[in-house]
Design a binder for this molecule. Structure first.
Ligand SMILES: C[S@@+](CC[C@H](N)C(=O)[O-])C[C@H]1O[C@@H](n2cnc3c(N)ncnc32)[C@H](O)[C@@H]1O
Length: 162
């Protein structure tokens, strides 16, 4: 598969999983946490899908497209390792949805961050919190959900706190 094809599949997977997530959390109160703003594409999609939901974004280098920049009160700037512990202070309640898209070309660093995040996000979760991620996040107390049709196993992950 070419890199172009791979990038397209990744975006299709994100789109399908986030669309599915919006339906799954419709009756679950709480904010959405976006871990990794990047260009702001998924942030923009989430706010389009769920315009009344608060979306709090965690990002160390906010450089999104200007149209997709969260308001300052919903942007927690800094490395996850500094901002996620104690983030309940900002979110004020556990999340309905955590979308974590933080993978980089550095496989070892990405795996180490995933393993750290799997433990660190637990205080931000409650029963039924949905976690959608680009990396496998081995969060204790969750059950893996089936992926939308046409999303290959391993490309994205959806899990829910029991
Ligand atoms: C793949 S991009 C996210 C793309 C985004 N979902 C979009 O649709 O545009 C990953 C983002 O995660 C951020 N990130 C990665 N590791 C981080 C860390 N340890 N702390 C804070 N932000 C981090 C990067 O700076 C980058 O902006």
């Amino acid at each position: 598969m070419s890199r172009l094809e791979s990038a397209i599949r990744r975006l299709e997977a994100q789109l399908a999983c986030l669309n599915r997530a919006a339906g799954l959390i419709a009756d679950i109160p709480g904010p959405i946490l976006e871990l990794g703003l990047g260009n702001g594409r998924t942030y923009d999609h989430l706010r389009t899908l769920m315009p009344t939901r608060r979306i709090i974004v965690f990002e160390r280098e906010p450089m999104a497209h200007p149209d997709s920049m969260p308001p300052p009160e919903d942007l927690i700037e800094g490395d996850f390792r500094e901002t996620i512990p104690g983030a309940l202070m900002f979110t004020r309640s556990p999340a309905a949805l955590i979308h974590a898209d933080f993978g980089s070309g550095d496989k070892a660093a990405t795996a180490a961050l995933a393993s750290w995040l799997a433990e660190a996000v637990k205080p931000l979760c409650k029963t039924h919190t949905l976690i959608v991620s680009d990396q496998p996040l081995p969060i204790l107390g969750t059950t893996l959900l089936p992926l939308p049709q046409n999303v290959l196993e391993g490309r994205y992950q959806m899990q829910q706190m029991i």
